[in-house]
Write a protein of this length. Structure first.
Length: 94
């Protein structure tokens, strides 16, 4: 009898937790600023723009964090890599 009571309560608690989580997980949808502003070319010499997509440790932000579409994310990655080779952006921080 004791085992059936604990199972029943656990099922009810789980349902409440799911409802609670669903209520507060709403996030604003990220959008690609390059598509929005209709920027066709991402220049590797534009260091100020490219530094916005790299944190202090000089890693490249992924799509889910930066909010760019896949097409522009590939162009950003290519531009950052070119800028690193030409020493416009550091590979790592000190």
């Amino acid at each position: 009898m004791r085992g059936s009571e604990s199972r029943g309560r656990g099922g009810q608690d789980r349902g409440r937790k799911k409802q609670f989580k669903k209520k507060f997980l709403f996030r604003k949808k990220k959008f690609c600023k390059f598509c929005d502003e209709k920027i066709a070319f991402i220049d590797y010499k534009d260091v100020r723009l490219l530094q916005g997509f790299t944190p202090e440790r000089s890693k490249i932000f992924p799509r889910r964090i930066s909010g760019t579409c896949s097409k522009h994310q590939r162009k950003i990655m290519q531009a950052i890599k070119r800028a690193r080779v030409l020493a416009l952006i550091p590979f790592t921080s000190d």
